[in-house]
Design a protein around this ligand. Structure first.
Ligand code: XMP
Length: 310
């Protein structure tokens, strides 16, 4: 049985021993993994930690403000980096899923490395968990935060890595979050991938496409709050379909909605959502987003598919 209290105590000791008098930077996206990591390190080394929120332009509606507010309310020194233009430039022209992940990863570490150098910091803390390592090492997909385990030396980006959660699966990370007294909005937060909405725009990522999927995501999240599912989201397709808007033929966007149950993201089942919920989502997505003419529901389990489309 995993003991969250013991884990926190041991992590404190380990982090203090590794870090010593040096300083740590932690990139916090607001997800449970990176927030627990940030709070653990803060508890261990106090003001020797600087949390960083990188606004890559790929976050959900209101997320940048929510994360910065949460970190500040926890008394953690926080730096906000606006890197939207740089991330869109790095993703420009890239349509292949793995190429996109690698471009994201490279831009992410360069941005973080630059911030670490500016603050004269040697350590980067990050919320890698066991599933990230398994999937990346197993060649399923390159999780953006897995470096050393696949032979990339993080020192090429100019720092050392601290990964206090790398032996834990998601349910245990949530136990640690509760043990640390984090608000429910964090401890029970729906998983959201590091490369964010870039994985939910199939094909090339542009600010316009991100705006479409961001709005669709907001609608799906609002309409599925009560379902208690593991992950609920929208995906924007790369191809188009015929539809009718304001009495005229339109060749418009297609959005797929995905709602899954899972314990640890290693396997997942598509939820049999009440039809009224799906209809309401479809009406809102096609009604509130002018370019979308078609809304689909994904009924595939993992395996054979994965949770995300990319
Ligand atoms: P898949 O799509 O592999 O996703 O079934 C499993 C879980 O991992 C999340 N995911 C990611 N998280 N970086 C992350 O931090 C990534 O590159 C990434 N890809 C997928 C996904 O949302 C799901 O919870």
């Amino acid at each position: 049985m995993f003991g969250a209290k013991k884990f926190v105590e041991n992590s404190m000791k380990d982090i203090r021993k590794i870090v010593g008098d040096r300083r740590v930077i932690s990139a916090c996206s607001g997800g449970v993994d990176s927030t627990v990591t940030t709070v653990l390190v803060h508890k261990a080394v106090g003001d020797k930690l600087v949390a960083v929120f990188i606004d890559d332009g790929l976050r959900r509606e209101g997320e940048p403000q929510f994360v910065v507010k949460t970190l500040k309310s926890l008394g953690i020194k926080t730096k906000f980096i606006d890197a939207k233009a740089e991330f869109f430039a790095a993703l420009k022209g890239k349509a292949d899923a793995e190429e996109k992940r690698k471009a994201f990863r490279d831009k992410f570490y360069k941005t973080l490395g630059k911030a670490a150098r500016e603050e004269q910091i040697e350590f980067i803390a990050q919320g890698t968990i066991k599933a990230d390592v398994i999937e990346t090492v197993g060649g399923i997909k390159s999780q953006h935060n897995v470096l050393e385990q696949i032979g990339i030396n993080p020192e090429v980006y100019g720092y050392k890595i601290l990964e206090p959660l790398k032996e834990l699966f998601k349910p245990d990370v949530r136990k640690v979050a509760r043990e640390l007294g984090l608000p429910k909005e964090i401890s029970e937060r729906m998983p959201f991938p590091g490369p964010a909405l870039s994985l939910r725009v199939l094909g090339e990522v542009t600010p316009e496409k991100i705006a479409v999927v961001r709005k669709a995501t907001e609608i799906v999240e609002e309409e599925t709050k009560k379902l208690g599912t593991f992950q609920n989201f929208a995906v924007l397709h790369n191809d188009k379909a015929t539809g009718i808007k304001k009495g005229k033929r339109v060749y418009g966007n297609i959005v797929t909605v995905r709602i899954v149950d899972s314990q640890d993201a290693v396997t997942a089942k598509a939820r049999q959502v009440p039809y009224e919920v799906l209809m309401r989502i479809s009406e809102r997505i096609t009604g509130e987003i002018p370019s979308v003419v078609r809304c689909l529901y994904d009924i595939t389990d993992k395996p054979p598919s994965t949770i995300e489309f990319e």
